[in-house]
Design a protein around this ligand. Structure first.
Ligand SMILES: [Zn+2]
Length: 342
């Protein structure tokens, strides 16, 4: 563990040590949330620290969710690549560096699970190239839910095959960069993302593809790949700055994650290097610290739905990461896909 993360851990311990736990608070016993729980605008975190004589500032509501996926990003690449924007989100938000993707740990199946909220057995996307005759991932995905609720939905991706995650009718804006998964484009994804932030959104997904491409070219954790992640992270910084400039930052929930890791110059296996991904969440109502919950890639859709107050389909395998909101967690639920560990 690096000095940086030791500091984060110590900070987290101290933070919790200064706060009464939910079980000691003189409030009614918390109820384990169900998958259909929606957030209440008046809901206060259970770890209120202000003295009783203070008038607490009302927490801003979550008005939009931004999901950023760095393709192929291993958790240990974040610090190695000096991804300062991501690390800033970790320091002031909640995170885990041991989240798990699905098997097969491939781009299109994994992004389908991330955004449809289900395991491959339900969304059925096990192919990893653009096969338009196969149609779209099955089931109600997070874009279906958000669009049906009247939110503006935006999908910006480096790879055309991600079109198969959700139907065109569920995205108000969809653009891809590359039909081949091989062309490196250093500016277009970011430019589109910044344009779309300026137009406003309720749900936005941005997929930076080049880290994966460089991993296949030069190897995972190679200097060349880390340089790409560093550049893409500065793009994330530009997106955050634009949110601030537009007065949107305080009401935006940001999730930063990945579809899979990698080893040597490939991925797709059940090896921990391929399966383990980072998962970072930052924004209104988020309790800072390292998450103890075992997060799975399907939980991204569920957490976004929870944050936006959208009804979570009962067939979803993903569970909102309640711990990030300071809410009780049912640790008896594994939440993974059958036959896949952990
Ligand atoms: Zn990928």
């Amino acid at each position: 563990m690096t000095k940086h993360f030791r500091f984060l851990t110590l900070f987290t311990i101290l933070l919790h040590a200064c706060q009464p736990s939910a079980s000691l608070a003189p409030t009614p016993a918390p109820v384990i949330p169900t998958a259909t729980l929606t957030p209440s605008p008046s809901l206060a975190p259970p770890t209120q620290t202000l003295p009783p004589t203070s008038t607490p500032e009302p927490l801003p509501n979550i008005e939009r969710v931004l999901i950023v996926s760095f393709d192929g990003l291993r958790p240990d690449a974040i610090e190695a690549a000096n991804m300062d924007s991501t690390m800033e989100l970790m320091q002031t938000g909640a995170y885990t560096l041991t989240a798990q993707t699905i098997d097969p740990s491939l781009t299109l199946p994994a992004h389908s699970s991330m955004l449809v909220g289900t395991c491959p057995a339900k969304h059925i996307v096990r192919w990893n190239v653009y096969v338009p005759e196969n149609g779209f991932a099955l089931g109600s995905d997070i874009f279906d839910l958000a669009h049906a609720a009247g939110l503006r939905t935006v999908f910006v991706t480096g790879k055309e095959k991600l079109r198969q995650v959700t139907e065109p009718t569920s995205t108000d804006f969809f653009e891809f960069i590359d039909r081949t998964d091989k062309i490196q484009d250093k500016t277009t994804v970011l430019r589109l993302a910044l344009d779309q932030i300026a137009q406003g959104f309720g749900l936005m997904f941005v997929h930076f593809a080049e880290g994966d491409i460089e991993g296949h070219n030069k190897g995972w954790m190679s200097r060349a790949q880390l340089d790409v992640y560093g550049r893409e992270d500065r793009g994330l910084g530009s997106m955050i700055q634009t949110l601030k400039d537009k007065g949107m930052y305080e009401t935006t929930l940001i999730i930063v994650t990945s579809d899979h890791g990698g080893h040597d110059s490939t991925h797709g296996t059940g090896l921990p290097d391929d399966m383990t991904i980072p998962w970072v969440i930052n924004g209104p109502r988020i309790l800072p610290g390292e998450l103890q919950t075992q997060v799975h890639i399907m939980d991204t859709a569920a957490t976004a739905a929870f944050a936006l107050g959208l009804p979570i389909p009962p067939e979803w395998d993903g569970i909102p990461v309640y711990e990030a909101f300071g809410l009780p967690v049912d640790f008896t639920r594994n939440g993974g896909c059958a036959g896949v560990t952990p």
